[in-house]
Every structure is written in structure tokens, then in C-alpha cells.
Design a protein around this ligand. Structure first.
Ligand SMILES: O=C(O)CCC(=O)C(=O)O
Ligand SMILES: [Fe+2]
Length: 284
């Protein structure tokens, strides 16, 4: 069973209609799925497995009308995968697994933090990030997601072959406490295989954290990364989320780029973020 408009791997894919326990509805052709029908604290283990499958296949899931306490937020994320925390970020004083994304105003800040995958500068990178709003703005402040399976599948077979075995350097940058982050860069495959879906996705992030291709001359490296980072941001592969109170949004960092659109002017915006531990990126 597949979804229309996708490629030959279709037959293998987990489709929204394969979900038996939760209600799942696509929000664009291939990116973003809305999951309803079950209150998060009441989810069974089988429902959690289904939810993980849906997030992994469609990159980002939105679960509306889920009023969670901070403890329930952390407990839910822990059922997806073990919890991790970005080194160099500041834990919430009361709930140390929670990272606050807090902007009282954007009037003096740049309009976006740029498309990125979370915390790629560690050996074992995060699988899921689970975000929920504590204060939303009446305008602006959306979050945008870009499907990196689609970015990979849109490359020519020649480019796909060229990227096989290629690695990118990932380093820490743009953190509240940069001195607490790993000082050594790590090398990850340019294309990674997703452990649940078996699909391949481009694994790149913002230029300040990913600016070297292993073994290439500086100009080759700069041009390839510039091309790929732009290629990874095609609008046809995006879902843009307009926040409502009690939305729970989870994305899969192995196959998704995301960007907060910090255009909420003088209004305050506060999100709680919990992140799950994944595996070291690999390519098959
Ligand atoms: O605040 C947002 O919309 C996204 C922020 C972000 O990049 C994150 O929480 O990892
Ligand atoms: Fe992020």
C-alpha cells in the first residue's frame, strides 16, 4: 500500500492507511501527518510503535489537543526512545530533560534560525524531537519542516552514486554554552539510511555546523554543500506548522530539516523541547 506521487520504493512504505490503532491523516503529499484518536498518556505500547512508524515515514507528526504536563511530555518522549539533551544548551531548572526555546521578542533578531537537524555534532545523533508550545504568539512563530527522503530521491542517480561513502564534518556552533559542547568535530555520512523505514535521506545541517566534505578541495566542498543545502529546502517537500495551544509536534531528525520562523515581532513565544537519543548515522 503506498501513497500517490511517490517513487518505486512505494510498496515497502508504511502508509497512513496501514495505521490500525491511531487515526492518521496526511497534511501534504508526503510530509507531515496528523494523528488523532488517542490521548497521549493513555497510548498503548502498540500505538507508540505505530506513532513512531508514522513519524519516521512522514518526517513530522502533529497531535492536536493534547494538554500535557511537563512530566507527561518527558514521559511520552521517553516511550519513543531514551531521552537525551543537547550539550551546550541549558536544562530547565525544574525539568532537566526540557530545553526551553524562548524568545520574548524578535524585533531585534534575525527572522529565522535557518533549516537544521538537531544536535548533529555528536556521535550518536538524536532520533526524535518533541516540541510543545507553552506561550504562542497571535501571529508568526510557525515551524517549517523539510522532507529529506524527498530531497535524496530528487537527486539524479549520478549524484546519488557520487554521494555514496561521502562524509560531512559536523561541529558545534550557535549554542548558549559552546564551551560545554564537544570541541572535536564528527564525520557523518552525507546520506543516511533510516533504521525504521530503510529509506535514504540527505543528512546536512546549517552551514555554521556543517562546512566540510571529507577529502574534497575547499572549493569543491563549499560548492557541493551550498548546492545540497539549497536543494534540501524545496517547497514541495515542506510542511509548515501554525501552532495552536496543546499541539504536540514530533519530528524525526534523521530524515527532516526544520526551522523556527521567528517572525512574531514583540510577542512572546515559549516552547518546551524534549529530545530522544538515536543511533550513530549509517549508510547502507
Ligand atoms: O521553535 C521552533 O519552532 C523550533 C526551534 C528548534 O529548532 C528546536 O526546537 O529544535
Ligand atoms: Fe531545532
Amino acid at each position: 500500500m503506498g501513497i500517490s506521487g511517490s517513487d518505486a520504493a512505494d510498496g515497502e512504505r508504511f502508509s497512513t492507511s496501514d495505521a490500525r490503532l491511531v487515526l492518521a491523516e496526511l497534511m501534504t503529499g508526503q510530509t507531515g501527518v496528523k494523528i488523532t484518536g488517542t490521548a497521549i498518556p493513555d497510548m498503548s505500547d502498540d500505538e507508540i510503535v505505530e506513532v513512531k512508524g508514522l513519524i519516521s515515514e512522514y518526517c513530522v507528526a502533529v497531535l492536536p489537543n493534547q494538554p500535557l504536563t511537563p512530566e507527561e511530555h518527558v514521559a511520552f518522549a521517553r516511550r519513543l526512545d531514551p531521552i537525551t539533551f543537547t550539550p551546550g544548551e541549558v536544562p530547565h531548572p525544574q525539568w532537566p530533560d526540557i530545553n526551553e526555546v524562548h524568545l520574548p521578542s524578535t524585533s531585534t533578531l534575525p527572522p529565522s534560525n535557518g533549516f537544521h537537524t538537531d544536535t548533529s555534532f555528536v556521535e550518536r545523533t538524536p532520533s526524535y524531537t518533541c516540541l510543545l508550545p507553552r506561550k504562542i504568539s497571535s501571529h508568526g512563530g510557525d515551524t517549517v519542516f523539510a522532507n529529506q527522503y524527498m530531497a535524496y530521491e530528487a537527486l539524479s542517480p549520478v549524484m546519488q552514486r557520487m554521494l555514496k561513502g561521502v562524509r560531512f564534518k559536523h561541529n558545534a556552533a550557535q549554542l548558549k554554552r559552546l564551551d560545554e559542547a564537544p570541541q572535536e568535530p564528527v564525520w557523518h555520512p552525507a546520506v543516511r539510511t533510516h533504521p525504521i523505514t530503510g529509506r535514504k535521506a540527505i543528512y546536512i545541517t546549517q552551514p555554521s555546523r556543517c562546512n566540510e566534505v571529507e577529502g574534497m578541495r575547499p572549493k569543491e566542498s563549499a560548492n557541493l554543500l551550498e548546492f545540497l543545502y539549497a536543494h534540501c529546502q524545496h517547497v514541495y517537500a515542506m510542511y509548515r506548522h501554525r501552532w495552536q495551544p496543546n499541539d504536540v509536534v514530533i519530528w524525526d531528525n534523521r530524515c527532516t530539516l526544520h526551522a523556527g520562523v521567528f517572525d512574531h515581532g514583540d510577542e512572546e513565544r515559549l516552547m518546551h523541547r524534549v529530545m530522544c537519543q538515536g543511533e550513530a548515522p549509517y549508510e547502507t
